[in-house]
Design a binder for this molecule. Sequence first.
Ligand code: ZN
Length: 135
Amino acid sequence: MKVLKVDHIGIAVKSIDETRKLYHDLLGLEHAGNETVQEQKVTTAFFPVGDTEVELLESTAPDGPIAKYLEKRGEGVQHIAFRVENIEEALAELKAKGIQLIDEKPRKGAGGAQIAFLHPKSTYGVLVELCQRDD
Ligand code: ZN
């Protein structure tokens, strides 16, 4: 498998509107827009910076994964996403080497990416997302 770069850093927030004041108004990052991924009960906002992006994650429902995360851990860095050349191949290889997968198969993420998460139990406490973009 080949990791190409840190695609983005996912940050769980209570309010994108509120947090935007930091990333856009104070840090001066471009706000590339919001996207709601209904299946995940999440709205994402992307702020490109250099060769990577900050992804803010706000829950759209009290029972969504981000709402649950905020309840348990509060606001903060939620995951790190590595862009890979071939996500199916990466998942198969990691699984064969004993890494516990949250997603056995890639699913649709924001921006038309294919994404899959690795279990933090297998990755020293970090929720790792793999993503593949065909752009
Ligand atoms: Zn992400």
